[in-house]
Design a protein. Structure first.
Length: 142
């Protein structure tokens, strides 16, 4: 059981991408494009592994003291066990150490209660991304 920083284009990266595709894209009838994948090279990617499997992952685009969190996913078999929360709290701690003071995300409406439990606030009206409703949410971490 461990938290890991994932290096782009390693075996671990491709395992994380596969897990995310199963959780975030395939249920919507979508896949990652080559363009989506290339953009991830500059992102900070974190994962939580259990029983030698990628249980959860999330990633961040950093802009000065702000981080945009994206691609938050817990593998289907590991959902509802506190892993998404534990991974987020680990990442928040890592980002604070790097001087990040605010995290925001585009949250799927269905996942809003998860982010509210992590103390994110809704700061936008509803909008659509990947064909489903989202809202922008934000949390100050310092
Ligand atoms: C949303 C998601 C990342 C949550 O991860 P998880 O590991 O299942 O969540 P946790 O078990 O850590 O949950 C932490 C808390 O949030 C609550 N929670 C999690 N998902 C929730 C949901 N969709 N609706 C309501 N509450 C939710 C849990 O009940 C738990 O509450 P508690 O502290 O009172 O026990 C995960 O369910 C997932 O990958 N879902 C599909 C993809 C998705 O929607 N990702 C978000 C994209 S914005």
């Amino acid at each position: 059981m461990s938290f890991t920083t994932i290096i782009y284009d390693t075996d671990a990266y491709w395992k994380v991408l596969r897990m995310r595709e199963l959780v975030l894209r395939l249920p919507l009838g979508l896949r990652y494009s080559a363009e989506d994948i290339i953009k991830e090279e500059s992102e900070s990617i974190f994962a939580f592994s259990r029983d030698n499997q990628i249980a959860a992952s999330c990633q961040f685009v950093l802009f000065g003291h702000t981080a945009k969190m994206r691609q938050v996913a817990t593998s289907w078999v590991f959902q509802g066990q506190g892993i998404g929360r534990d991974l987020y709290l680990y990442c928040e701690d890592q980002l604070k150490k790097q001087g990040i003071t605010e995290i925001y995300c585009h949250a799927r409406k269905i996942a809003v209660p998860f982010y509210q439990k992590l103390k994110f606030d809704i700061i936008s009206d509803e909008f659509e991304e990947v064909g489903i409703p989202h809202v922008k949410m934000k949390k100050r971490i310092m």
